[in-house]
Design a protein around this ligand. Structure first.
Ligand SMILES: Nc1ncnc2c1ncn2[C@@H]1O[C@H](COP(=O)(O)OP(=O)(O)OP(=O)(O)O)[C@@H](O)[C@H]1O
Ligand SMILES: [Mg+2]
Length: 257
């Protein structure tokens, strides 16, 4: 991949404290459109905290974040929608007691006006849009968009969430442990979709504990350890075994790049 010149996301000297816990210490990292970045590190390394800053859930204690060259000064939950950043998590993101069609819009429901005045939910549009994702993202043909999402398999739910994210014209897809508890086939499917999104020019940030899995997918690997960035390297420059050793050994102070 030839690296585009301007970073889509620039994070500079980010510190984030939760009380006395230093979750992130002086992390500087850039992310570019059209790349798949593997964000790895042990439990508690700060991976989820870092990406939650990008979705507006947490404000850094200090440091700067730029999106498309614009400094972000206010961190709030709507930030992600405003910027076009979607985070896919394993366990949240769908309301299982609602239909697939309702889940598609969740909080952004399309409304039409009866007799030109009375606002009502536009179910036809919900069904049409969600049906498209069901068909394009490899869910079973038998999935009915009027069924509750509780009936989807883990992989189907992930594929649906990703499809939905893409349809809303997001520029950044963050996946936080997206294949935990999935079958081998489901995992491969979700990973294929991640690669397709990258190929379509989106920025994909892929968080996982499985360095071998992400090494196959990623263009670049960023390792966090105890809230610090200890490595940021094109994946071609280091085999997965060496990266695993770095994570396993711990105790790193260096920050490359
Ligand atoms: N809301 C919070 N309040 C207090 N401490 C927190 C909070 N969220 C995270 N932390 C702490 O910040 C540090 C980083 O946590 P984080 O969840 O970002 O790690 P992670 O790399 O995503 O780990 P895992 O691989 O287990 O998901 C940990 O020490 C964690 O206990
Ligand atoms: Mg996490």
């Amino acid at each position: 991949m030839s690296e585009p010149q301007k970073a889509l996301i620039e994070m500079k000297n980010i510190n984030l404290n939760f009380g006395t816990v230093k979750a992130l210490s002086d992390v500087s990292v850039n992310f570019y459109e059209g790349e798949l970045v593997g964000l790895v590190g042990d439990n508690g390394a700060g991976k989820t905290t870092l990406i939650r800053i990008l979705s507006g859930m947490y404000a850094p204690t200090s440091g700067e974040v730029y999106f498309d060259g614009q400094r972000i000064t206010r961190f709030h939950p709507k930030l992600a929608i405003d910027l076009g950043i979607e985070t896919i998590q394993q366990t949240v993101g769908l309301c299982d007691n609602l239909s697939v069609a309702r889940n598609y819009y969740l909080g952004r429901e399309p409304v039409k006006r009866l007799l030109g005045i009375i606002p009502v939910l536009d179910f036809a549009q919900m069904r049409a849009a969600s049906n498209k994702v069901v068909h394009n993202f490899g869910l079973r043909d038998s999935v009915n968009v009027d069924d509750e999402t509780a009936l989807l398999s883990g992989g189907e739910a992930q594929s649906f969430k990703i499809g939905r994210a893409v349809d809303f014209r997001n520029r950044v897809i963050i996946m936080d442990e997206p294949t935990n508890h999935l079958s081998v086939r489901e995992r491969a499917h979700v990973n294929d979709i991640a690669l397709q999104l990258r190929d379509q020019g989106l920025l994909v940030i892929y968080i996982t504990h499985d360095i071998f899995q992400v090494h196959r997918l990623a263009d670049r690997i960023v390792i966090l350890e105890n809230g610090r960035k200890v490595l940021d390297i094109p994946k071609a420059e280091m085999p997965a075994e060496e990266l695993e050793q770095i994570i396993r050994d711990g105790g790193h102070e260096i920050s490359k790049r």
